[in-house]
Design a protein around this ligand. Sequence first.
Ligand SMILES: Cc1cc2nc3c(=O)[nH]c(=O)nc-3n(C[C@H](O)[C@H](O)[C@H](O)COP(=O)(O)OP(=O)(O)OC[C@H]3O[C@@H](n4cnc5c(N)ncnc54)[C@H](O)[C@@H]3O)c2cc1C
Length: 192
Amino acid sequence: MPPQPLDATPEQKAQVDEGDRSPKQLPKGVVLGPDGKPCRSCTSVSSWFAMAKQGTANPTNISTTTPPAQVTASLDMPADCPPDVEQLGRSAWTLLHTMAASYPEKASSEQQKETTTFMQLFGKMYPCWVCADDFRAWMKDGNEPRVSSRADFGQWMCEAHNAVNVKLGKKSFDCKKWEERWRTGWKDGRCG
Ligand SMILES: Cc1cc2nc3c(=O)[nH]c(=O)nc-3n(C[C@H](O)[C@H](O)[C@H](O)COP(=O)(O)OP(=O)(O)OC[C@H]3O[C@@H](n4cnc5c(N)ncnc54)[C@H](O)[C@@H]3O)c2cc1C
């Protein structure tokens, strides 16, 4: 599922509406950036390849044909290419959960202030703009970062990640297990 903005402009919303096949239509799932150009870090690798195959990387040259099956199938981008929305997301969650895992058991007021500021800036600067818009909206909607302790911050991060999981139709993660996943390793010892 492509990123779905909550408060994008009407023009931006039109660009990510999968069902819309109006003249400016890009292949399914391709999202434009604020500069009007396709946003790689907002788009899945399969949609990106579909666009490249269609020659629609420049929005003034847009085909309305359906991408052929072979380019919409799951594809692997070589490891040394810029990230798509999923690779960026996995890397970002790894950073965020690991930050929570190394957060102090009890944070000073300075640490709490800095961490809240970091999360607010993260919500502004995350390169997938539709993801960032929704993340900021989620934080504003009664989900301000809880940063008093490692337990609180880790739980909050898990809830933040679950909000995205739900939006994308994925299974929620059991937040009782966030520390095993991101700090201590699983109890069965497989992480050493
Ligand atoms: C702030 C933010 C907003 C995003 N918004 C969008 C969006 O709008 N649209 C979009 O397409 N993509 C979005 N993404 C990317 C998306 O969340 C996934 O990272 C991406 O789809 C790849 O998913 P994945 O299934 O490989 O695993 P990921 O969701 O990246 O998860 C990585 C690993 O984290 C663990 N995990 C899963 N859930 C939790 C949890 N709740 N708590 C702790 N650990 C967990 C699991 O072990 C999982 O394998 C966003 C990413 C971020 C950081």
